[in-house]
Ligand binder design. Structure first.
Ligand code: SF4
Ligand code: SF4
Length: 163
């Protein structure tokens, strides 16, 4: 038994320190692809709802309020799975390297954003977010069975030609 303990002590003292003095010193370098707190770029979001559909924690909520769509991200339920960032067609959601997210204030883990809707010139009803409409001139568009682009020659889809 003494020999086993002695051997154990030799192993312990001969190995270098493997722990870090965190949080009093620098922590470990974060690996590539680390998934920390999410951020949302409102200028890119088109309120498609893709992120809300796939979020397993159901923490992304949409409210249609007249001419605006309000989105809430209640991040105290986030599991950092990254699915929202993966499906976002506009790369509006980014997983940051921020992991020190413990807080006494729930509002620190809450994001709210409003997107304004474009209204139809004829009937006046909302039909799409302004962000999505703004992107039309730089998007590819369909011509017959093919997509062409990337930019549209006159800022919008060409009218369909009758055969
Ligand atoms: S953040 Fe991305 S996935 Fe979510 S609603 Fe906006 S555009 Fe769609
Ligand atoms: S990282 Fe996962 S849990 Fe967090 S908001 Fe995105 S989909 Fe939801």
């Amino acid at each position: 038994m003494f020999r086993a303990k002695f051997k154990e002590a030799v192993i312990c003292f001969s190995n270098p320190r493997v722990t870090l003095p965190y949080p009093f010193g620098p922590g470990a370098e974060l690996p590539e692809g680390f998934r920390g707190k999410i951020t949302v770029d409102q200028t890119r979001c088109i309120a498609c709802g893709g992120c809300a559909n796939v979020c397993p924690s159901r923490l992304i909520r949409f409210y249609d309020e007249g001419e605006r769509t309000r989105m809430e991200f209640i991040l105290d339920r986030c599991t950092y799975c990254g699915r929202c960032a993966e499906v976002c067609p506009e790369q509006a959601i980014t997983m940051t390297l921020e992991f020190e997210n413990s807080t006494d204030h729930k509002e620190d883990l809450y994001i709210e954003q409003e997107l304004y809707m474009a209204t139809c010139a004829r009937c006046g009803r909302c039909f799409e977010t302004e962000n999505a409409i703004d992107k039309i001139p730089v998007r590819r568009h369909r011509e017959g069975r093919n997509f062409v682009g990337p930019s549209m020659p006159h800022g919008g889809p060409r009218p369909r030609q009758r055969e």
